[in-house]
Write a protein that binds this ligand. Structure first.
Ligand code: SAH
Ligand code: SF4
Ligand code: F3S
Length: 446
């Protein structure tokens, strides 16, 4: 009998990529994906530990599943990804939600099919398979991709940076770069299948190659991806400011395919806080990098991440963050309230910031950022941009949604045959988070 699986992914693109691999493996086992959790024979939560609220989301889901699980005897429930990598939290989950059948981690997700058959042979026990640090790169797993025109490609796994607030080095292990030949072969295959855009993924893509012998680094990889016929857009995420070098910026200025967008998390505008975060750059270093980027790459769009309320952050420190926002004029940003994480040095500090102050600072940060996002979008009004069309708009059936090279979301009226194509759209109206426009034959400005 045909079986259905339901998968929900939390967290970053690393998890999305792993989920694409999980879906690929399950489809090879004749499982069909369903969006309706009630019709699933297998439910998988691929989890995230980055902030407490990501953790709470899982608990909410698990609580709600208790009933379904008791009604459906043979339902298999698997929890994987970053949360189970933490011993204490995993043990808490095992105790509180004894109806979970399978627990896997970031380094063992590829064993899920095997775990499912083990579970079926040995019904009642919960199966836990984890590896703290893995040298495996999980090459050659089948992938079911969400889109037919754009793809996520992991170029490296893990993180070596140990920012003092962050769990990722603990959940994902040390940096491991994939072999460049494997990456290029994968992208060539995608190009031959009609994919137009690739996003090269890693916690810190600019340190690609540092863990392997030789001089082959991120810029060389980009150069070779650029030479692949059929690929029209190259994106990459994330870049750590400490690793953004001049050779990389030079390449961006010459490249025809790398998009004019960089996601360059700053976290704080105070050099004192940055030092305590173990970010290895100062406010001045950061501002210098974006000055170079703006000079070298026309219309470059710069997005960033902020954490407010890091332990010991004073009013003056926070003022510096606001000051940097005014100076840098970011195009977009993800903003986070500092969350205490297990096993991190910042989490153990005594000088945690009061919740009320954290929220006040958070709101002030948004008040400073949003008008700039809007202003930056306003500069596009009346201009024509090239848009890679992703899907039918969620709010209106006869509208499409895509992204400009600078990573702006663009909505416009059009037929769904255009999905996967690059079209020219003239911008007629702008909002803080997206642009609206109409299809046009006019030449594109960007
Ligand atoms: N590797 C990427 C970031 C991955 S995590 C980089 O360093 O650029 C994504 C973002 O989550 C981080 O940039 C940071 O802003 C935020 N974040 C990480 N740990 C956090 C914590 N403990 N509390 C709040 N936000 C956090
Ligand atoms: Fe976390 Fe820092 Fe690594 Fe990013 S670079 S994943 S913030 S430790
Ligand atoms: Fe979350 Fe793990 Fe990514 S903790 S942000 S899913 S690496």
């Amino acid at each position: 009998m045909e079986k259905n699986f339901y998968i929900e992914t939390f967290g970053c693109q690393m998890n999305e990529y792993d989920s694409e691999k999980i879906s690929g493996m399950l489809k090879n086992l004749d499982y069909k994906e369903t969006e309706d959790i009630k019709s699933a024979d297998l439910i998988i939560y691929n989890t995230c530990l980055i902030r407490k609220n990501a953790e709470n989301k899982l608990y909410g889901k698990l609580g709600a599943l208790k009933k379904l699980k008791s009604e459906k005897d043979d339902l298999i429930l698997a929890v994987g990804g970053c949360i189970p990598q933490n011993d204490e939290i995993r043990n808490y989950i095992l105790e509180k939600y004894p109806f979970i059948d399978i627990i896997f981690g970031t380094n063992t997700f590829y064993r899920l099919p095997e775990m499912i058959s083990k579970h079926l042979n040995n019904n009642n026990d919960v199966l836990v398979e984890l590896e703290k640090n893995s040298s495996s790169l999980n090459e050659n797993l089948p992938t079911i991709r969400k889109y037919d025109h754009k793809a996520l490609i992991n170029i490296m796994y893990g993180c070596n940076n140990f920012c003092s607030y962050c769990v990722v080095p603990h959940t994902r292990g040390r940096e491991r770069s994939r072999d460049s030949e494997d990456i290029l072969t994968e992208i060539k295959l995608l190009a031959s299948q009609g994919f137009k855009e690739v996003t090269l993924l890693g916690q810190n893509v600019n340190s690609y190659g540092n863990d392997i012998e030789g001089d082959y680094k991120f810029t060389q990889l980009l150069e070779e991806v650029e030479d692949i016929d059929g690929i029209e857009r190259i994106r990459y995420v994330s870049s750590h400011p400490k690793d953004v070098g001049d050779d990389f910026i030079d390449f961006l200025s010459r490249s025809k395919k790398v998009c004019n967008h960089i996601h360059l998390p700053i976290q704080s505008g105070s050099s004192k806080v940055l030092k305590e975060m173990n970010r290895k750059y100062s406010k001045e270093d950061y501002l210098l990098i974006i000055e170079k980027l703006k000079k070298s790459v026309p219309n470059i769009s710069i997005s960033t991440d902020f954490i407010v309320g890091f332990p010991g952050e004073t009013e003056e420190d926070f003022e510096e963050t606001l000051e940097v926002c005014r100076e840098a004029e970011f195009d977009a940003a993800f903003t986070f309230i500092y969350s205490i994480r297990p096993d991190t040095p910042a989490g153990k500090r005594e000088d945690q910031i009061d919740d009320k102050i954290k929220h006040e600072r958070f709101n002030k940060l948004l008040e400073t950022l949003y008008p700039t996002f809007y202003e930056k979008n306003l500069a596009y009004k009346g201009k024509v941009v090239k848009v890679l069309v992703d899907e039918v708009s969620k709010s209106k059936d006869d509208y499409l949604t895509g992204r400009s090279a600078s990573n702006r979301i663009v909505h416009f009226k059009g037929n769904k045959d255009l999905i996967g194509k690059i079209v020219n759209v003239k911008i007629t109206n702008v909002k803080t988070w997206f642009l609206e426009g109409v299809l046009t034959e006019e030449d594109a400005y960007e």
